[in-house]
Design a protein around this ligand. Structure first.
Ligand SMILES: N[C@@H](CCC(=O)N[C@@H](CS)C(=O)NCC(=O)O)C(=O)O
Length: 280
């Protein structure tokens, strides 16, 4: 760090509004709304405002799984929030999620309506409300929550750490790429060792822990996110690949991945979802 060319932080950090990066137009050092924006409201009690990134996909997969299980009152309206144009800073959205990130859910079946933000909290809320994909036995539930929280704590190193410095930063720097590649490979090994003796993360049953982890680590091992499959040798995590492939084959997962996705082949996009017929 003594290299004279390296960055020397000033005494007090200041916001360089002209800094150019892939996300410079959406990042700010303050929170709160930037503009007034009324969100649309559909007919169903559950109103989801999201985007088909891994964090968003967790919730749409869960809702489609609940519907596939016959929980007809889990019908939902899903609206796309375009985080590239700053829609997460609209006033109505910020009222649901003060952290201005997708996914955000409003349950209007309660009075007053219940707002839920953070994808892990949304999964637990839905699992409890519909009594599904969540073990009843306390020891099994503890295992499920452990793997769910593991995902919530680990994926920022994958996305915000590795993905950012490998795929999005204006310059490829060895230090952060090396640090986060090591961490992501360690995480893949944690999953791989656990899945060596179990069909699903917590044992024999598919739970919200699988849904959450599949959205990130399934995408990493099956879909070459950040164009890093070869670099990270993802195929060597055989148990993770087996588990992710199995989950991905579920029809509800296939549907959930299409909701709020304004990219990919036109005929597969379901930018707004209001009923099962939107997938036709
Ligand atoms: N811990 C949050 C993370 C949510 C998150 O980072 N969402 C991203 C998209 S994957 C987002 O909305 N980014 C917009 C922004 O940072 O302004 C969760 O799991 O819900």
């Amino acid at each position: 760090m003594s290299d004279e060319s390296s960055y020397i932080p000033p005494k007090v950090w200041t916001w360089n509004k002209d800094a150019v990066s892939k996300f410079s137009n959406i990042n700010r050092p303050v929170s709160g709304p930037t503009h007034d924006k009324t969100l649309p409201v559909g007919d169903h009690p559950l109103q989801l405002h999201s985007l088909a990134t891994p964090n968003g996909v967790k919730v749409t997969v869960m809702l489609e799984e609940l519907l596939a299980l016959g929980k007809t009152d889990a019908e939902y309206d899903a609206y796309t929030i375009n985080i590239g144009d700053g829609s997460q800073f609209g006033s109505d959205f910020v009222a649901i999620n003060p952290n201005s990130k997708i996914p955000a859910l409003l349950d209007r079946s309660a009075t007053p309506p219940v707002r839920i933000f953070e994808s892990g909290a949304i999964l637990i809320y839905l699992a409890e409300k519909y009594d599904a994909f969540y073990p009843k036995d306390p020891a099994q539930r503890a295992e499920c929550l452990s793997w769910l929280m593991w995902q919530m704590g680990s994926a920022p190193y994958l996305g915000g750490g590795f993905g950012h410095f490998y795929a999005y930063a204006p310059e490829r720097l060895e230090y952060p790429i090396d640090r986060f590649a090591m961490e992501v490979k360690r995480q893949l090994d944690v999953l791989d060792q656990n899945l060596a003796t179990r069909q699903y993360l917590c044992g024999d049953d598919y739970t919200i822990a699988d849904i959450a982890n599949y959205a990130w680590y399934g995408a990493l091992v099956l879909h070459n996110i950040y164009d890093a499959s070869e670099f990270l040798e993802v195929d060597s995590y055989k148990n993770v690949v087996r588990w992710a492939t199995e989950i991905e084959a579920r029809p509800a997962v296939q549907r959930g991945k299409r909701v709020n996705r304004p990219w990919g082949p036109e005929e597969t996009r379901v930018i707004e979802r209001h009923s099962a017929s939107d997938f036709d």
